[in-house]
Ligand binder design. Structure first.
Ligand code: TYD
Length: 137
């Protein structure tokens, strides 16, 4: 699939540690309206399982790792997020799931809009139908 974009973020490492910067319209390709993060995650409890009608997001696993499945309705890809310098752009209409959080994982997400439940597509068959309907128009 073409949509998901793994973005290599520049890391500034010195004797004090690592610094990574996220900037709208530079390495983050949209206006950032919301930031949220996931902590206290459980390896055996995957999250996500939805797509968005309009929302664009950019995610980084700040600590630890997880596997992200991205699915545009035609093909799926699995991305390992195991470095704080690996960002993933999640476009609208991409079904995404986060699996196998490592102990202590911290997952950061930047979003292009405020939280709006009506933007979510939480049923996979509905997602596939919307992809199909868009294609045949
Ligand atoms: P949910 O979408 O189920 O999380 P995930 O995609 O990680 O599986 O969200 C969990 C709860 O948090 C749900 O009740 C909605 C709420 N929520 C907000 O209030 N604001 C937000 O920005 C987000 C992402 C979720």
């Amino acid at each position: 699939m073409s949509n998901p974009e793994l973005v290599s973020l520049r890391g500034f490492t010195d004797g004090r540690g690592l610094l990574v910067s996220l900037e709208q319209f530079r390495n983050v390709p949209f206006s950032i309206q919301r930031i949220y993060f996931l902590t206290d995650l459980k390896t055996e409890l995957p999250r996500g399982f939805h797509a968005h009608r309009k929302l664009q997001q950019f995610a980084v696993c700040l600590a630890g790792s997880c596997e992200m499945i991205l699915d545009d309705g035609k093909s799926k890809t699995t991305v390992l997020l195991d470095e704080p310098t690996k960002g993933i752009f999640i476009d609208k209409m991409i079904w995404h799931e986060m699996h196998k959080f490592s102990p202590g994982a911290v997952f950061l997400v930047l979003a292009s809009d405020h939280y709006d439940e009506s933007d979510y597509i939480r049923e996979y068959p509905q997602f596939l139908k919307m992809v199909y309907d868009t294609q045949i128009k």
